[in-house]
Design a protein around this ligand. Sequence first.
Ligand code: NPQ
Ligand code: MG
Length: 369
Amino acid sequence: MKLNAVELREVALPLVSPFRTSLGTQTVRTALLVRVLSDEGEGWGECAAEDEPTYCPEYLAGAADVIKRFMLPALAPLDLEPAAVGPALRHLRGHPMAKAAVETAVLDCWLRARRTSLAAHLGGVRRRVRVGVSVGITETVDALLDTVDRHLTAGYARIKLKIEPGWDLEPVRAVRETFGAGVMLTVDANTAYQPGDLRHLAKLDAYGLALVEQPFAPDDLHAHAALAARMDTPVCLDESITSARDAAEAIRRGACSIINIKPGRVGGYLEARRIHDLAQANGVPVWCGGMLETGLGRAANLALASLPGFTLPGDISATERYYHRDITRPFVLDGGELPVPAEPGLGVLPEEADLQACTTAVETVSCTF
Ligand code: NPQ
Ligand code: MG
């Protein structure tokens, strides 16, 4: 497959409600869409980076720049297949989300031409997957209880509460007491705690959580291992895991017993599958994280979550939880599950009118360097 041109498109989708985490408050999801045009057709990918480098070091304008300036010139001369993208970009340090977006667009294009779904290509074994919802920090505990009530009524299979110092034991206790022991409940701190908070975090053991996600800094495996040694609740890593090698090291050091896999954070769906395989070989359950993806990224995440080791519900919620107007057909929750797209490639395409409505900038880069 030869690239002819690549379209880089910035979109802005207003969120249904503000999403507050320990990192800040988001009201609009801006995203970068990558559309490759090749001799075999077209394909789409979505870059998970946000406007600002808060969750991770990448940011949207930087991702567009590195793709345009360094990645496309490296890929343009090649006869491409999806597995060749990672190796062809290996000399460029970092930028996993930009790499993932490009690799996903190549995968989509290549698989469409071969009438194969991404789920089938990755080795998926489920036609539907159980999904959860990530609930932001709210003004009051009452507001949180209302929100959780709505999501449980909708049928979500797991509730994840965002926590930070000052918003942890009390909201978690209130949710557990109000909704009972039957609700699968987790918490995510997005690195908001210090190693000295170990004793405080261990008090979360009282609330029967399925896991506690990324309490400490991304590079602090030691603190996570210390917490895991002192807590009954399983420790799950998100920000710390950027490759299969990281995952192996974290498991070896006892820093986690569960892994959140986000394809963008680890450089793409093929590396995500390698982490899945490694985790499975080590008896470590994995689940698919979320970055408030548009329908494109959501479709691809559902394909990944259909692999056998994804035994916990992921942060892959229905479209209506995020957006009034998405760029693809909506994903609708049914019995706590979402369907895995069965059509070729990602299985969805942007709707032209919806795409136009949210586009803030678009540039076509010709691959004749
Ligand atoms: C997580 N996601 O698991 C992230 C972090 C996160 C669904 O909880 C804009 C876009 C704001 C993506 C804030 C969920 C975001 C974002 C937080 C992702 O840690
Ligand atoms: Mg997280």
